[in-house]
Design a protein around this ligand. Structure first.
Ligand SMILES: Cc1cc2nc3c(=O)[nH]c(=O)nc-3n(C[C@H](O)[C@H](O)[C@H](O)COP(=O)(O)OP(=O)(O)OC[C@H]3O[C@@H](n4cnc5c(N)ncnc54)[C@H](O)[C@@H]3O)c2cc1C
Length: 355
């Protein structure tokens, strides 16, 4: 998505701003498109897909109706095609919503604009839909070693596409499920895999640990425990890593092309907590119309709570349809809440000014 397109979008007033590019946020963008409402999406992460991209891109999902089974990353790709590409929706990544205010709508004396104050500037829309999951995701950093200078030069926290590790010597850091899952997932892609953990014990699922240890036996995976990163070397990209044995402090050098840090993710409602929502057990209380307690702000997906709430992709999709219907009806009261059937309308395409 070009910088110019996003800069132009930042200046525009959209009907809806969706916070969160997880499956439910993308579904909200889709429904906005179907209702001929202009929309943008923001996410604090550098990739779309929310939990599906960050936590389980290579896992099969079996309970999304219409898909007997679908890989999480493939569902994200299909949502991108259906919601983002089809309606030319601007997606502002690496952008976190910090604060909200309201102001008069210059084009409508009876209307109000919601102003989202993000770490990348202000975004204005007539409604906001919060599809923020468990809150803004942030990868946990390596304790005791600053990896920031190597980010973008071979150090990764997320795997959008496995092929970035094609034929590379990859060092995976961590002792939990995601580190172990990635060892197995990259066996057919990476040239060499080294798993590094500070302790001898692992938190990952027993069966996965057994599978990885079998690969260590076969010599397909190198295991370095109890080790930690002492230094990273390279010119423009990572070339070598100095590992330190945390028990005897001895050091060794490994030739490496990429480091994949899998130390987990911190999620927190964070800034959203201060906005004045009714928050219960870390989630936003909504009514049966998916309306929050704040004017012109609806919510859907994992971030909501109400009596009978299910935290599932399928139910999140339905909540998104409801939230968008209500938002569009509030912005344009002559719009019916019930959408017309797509079998009759087809897909309207992107609204004027958005493409
Ligand atoms: C291992 C695992 C397996 C699962 N398997 C299944 C399954 O088989 N079937 C199923 O139905 N569900 C499954 N789930 C649950 C499913 O992933 C969630 O229900 C779904 O991801 C919720 O989607 P969402 O869009 O509401 O939130 P998320 O996917 O969490 O996306 C929310 C997005 O909002 C962004 N965000 C939050 N706050 C801000 C902010 N202030 N500014 C900018 N961006 C923000 C976050 O960065 C994130 O990208 C699984 C979950 C896990 C962890």
């Amino acid at each position: 998505m070009s910088k110019h397109f996003l800069e132009e979008d930042s200046k525009a007033i959209r009907d809806i701003t969706v916070i969160g590019a997880g499956p439910v946020g993308m579904s909200a963008a889709f429904w906005a498109g179907m209702r001929e409402a202009s929309v943008r999406v923001i996410d604090s992460l550098p990739e779309i897909g929310g939990q599906l991209t960050t936590l389980y891109p290579e896992k099969w999902i079996f309970d999304v109706p219409g898909h007997p089974r679908v890989l999480a990353k493939d569902l994200v790709a299909q949502l991108r095609e259906q919601a983002i590409d089809q309606f030319h929706v601007p997606v502002h990544l690496d952008t976190t919503a910090k604060r909200v205010t309201w102001e008069d709508d210059p084009e409508n004396p009876e209307g109000q604009l919601v102003v989202l104050h993000t770490d990348e500037g202000e975004l204005r829309s007539r409604a906001v839909i919060v599809a923020g999951g468990h809150g803004a995701f942030e990868p946990k950093r390596l304790p005791g070693f600053d990896m920031t200078p190597w980010e973008g030069r071979g150090a990764h926290y997320l795997v959008g596409e496995k092929h970035v590790f094609q034929d590379q010597r990859v060092m995976i850091i961590g002792g939990g499920d995601s580190a172990f899952d990635w060892v197995l997932n990259l066996l057919d892609t990476a040239e060499q895999i080294t798993l590094v953990h500070r302790r001898d014990g692992f938190r990952a699922h027993e069966a996965t640990v057994a599978q990885v240890l079998a690969e260590v036996e076969k010599g397909r995976v190198q295991l370095r425990t109890p080790h930690e990163i002492a230094a990273v070397h390279g010119d423009s990209e990572i070339e070598q890593v100095t590992l330190r044995n945390v028990e005897d402090q001895s050091e060794s050098i490994e030739e490496i092309d990429a480091i994949l840090l899998q130390l987990g993710f911190k999620t927190a409602l964070g800034p959203l907590k201060e906005w004045g929502f009714n928050v219960e057990k870390g989630a936003l209380v909504v009514d049966h119309q998916m309306h929050t307690t704040l004017d012109r702000i609806w919510a859907c997906g994992d971030i909501t709570t109400f009596d009978g709430k299910l935290k599932l992709i399928a139910t999140g999709f339905a909540e998104a349809a409801t939230a968008v219907a209500q938002a569009v009806h509030t912005i344009r009261p002559d719009t019916k809440i019930q959408p017309k059937y797509s079998t009759n309308t087809g897909v309207p395409g992107s609204v004027e000014g958005q493409a």
